[in-house]
Design a protein around this ligand. Structure first.
Ligand SMILES: [Zn+2]
Length: 234
């Protein structure tokens, strides 16, 4: 193999590492974002538990208002009963008082039921908070882990980039430009092996015997007749 092709092959190895590191680094912010979305379910569950608790509290307040109104009515009826001289009116007011007292009893029973429900809502809120904080710590851990992975990759990337700089120094400028153009255009397939069967390992098309002979002899730099890749033989 020609020395310059050997150097290009080694450069390509570094370039491929750089390319893959850059692709991995580009994915990390996305992975961090998707880790955060795992909080959404827990956040929603907590919001719903709080909402149910609030609605129940409003219902309790309304019942208390209803009880208060009826108690005032009962007091008013008792005063009227105390002041009346008529037996039938006294009895009628007595019936009203019993009816309102019964309503107060029913409302109080309902209020107790709602208070028990409030206890259940409170414990639902507590467990929703616990789940959220557990998920939060997993997510924080994952984000930190991704961050340190990114830092490591950035370090490796800068090492590979300086290595690339060193490797480029020894290569002829025109050849390097030609290599760069091929590397970009062919997604990293710039310097490729051509098999004994004359098949280019990038495009898999068979090269001419003359091209193969040229790659084998190392007299001149051989290019694949089909894709233009710089060829070498084993
Ligand atoms: Zn080819």
């Amino acid at each position: 193999m020609r020395d310059d092709v050997k150097q290009l092959l080694s450069l390509q190895e570094t370039d491929l590492k750089i390319k893959s590191l850059q692709a991995e680094l580009a994915k990390i912010p996305q992975l961090q974002e998707s880790a955060k979305t795992r909080l959404t379910n827990d956040e929603q569950a907590l919001a719903e538990a709080k909402k149910s608790y609030q609605e129940n509290e409003v219902a309790i307040k309304n019942i208390e208002l209803d009880i208060g109104t009826r108690r005032n009515t009962i007091e008013r009826l008792k005063t009227q009963q105390f002041e009346t001289k008529k037996n039938d009116e006294y009895a009628k007011l007595g019936e009203e008082i019993i009816r309102y007292s019964k309503e107060v009893d029913d409302l109080e029973t309902r209020e107790l039921e709602l208070m028990e429900i409030a206890d259940q809502h409170r414990s639902t809120i507590e467990s929703a908070k616990n789940s959220l904080s557990k998920t939060q710590s997993f997510v924080d851990e994952e984000i930190t882990e991704l961050q340190s992975r990114a830092d490591q990759k950035r370090d490796t990337l800068s090492q590979e980039e300086s290595l690339r700089g060193e490797k480029e120094l020894v290569i002829d400028e025109d050849l390097l430009a030609n290599y760069r153009r091929l590397f970009d255009k062919r997604n990293g397939d710039a310097v490729m092996l051509v098999s004994h069967e004359r098949s280019c390992s990038s495009c898999h098309v068979q090269v001419t015997p003359a091209t193969y002979a040229s790659a084998q002899s190392g007299g001149e730099i051989a290019h694949c007749d089909n894709c233009g890749a710089i060829l070498f033989t084993q």
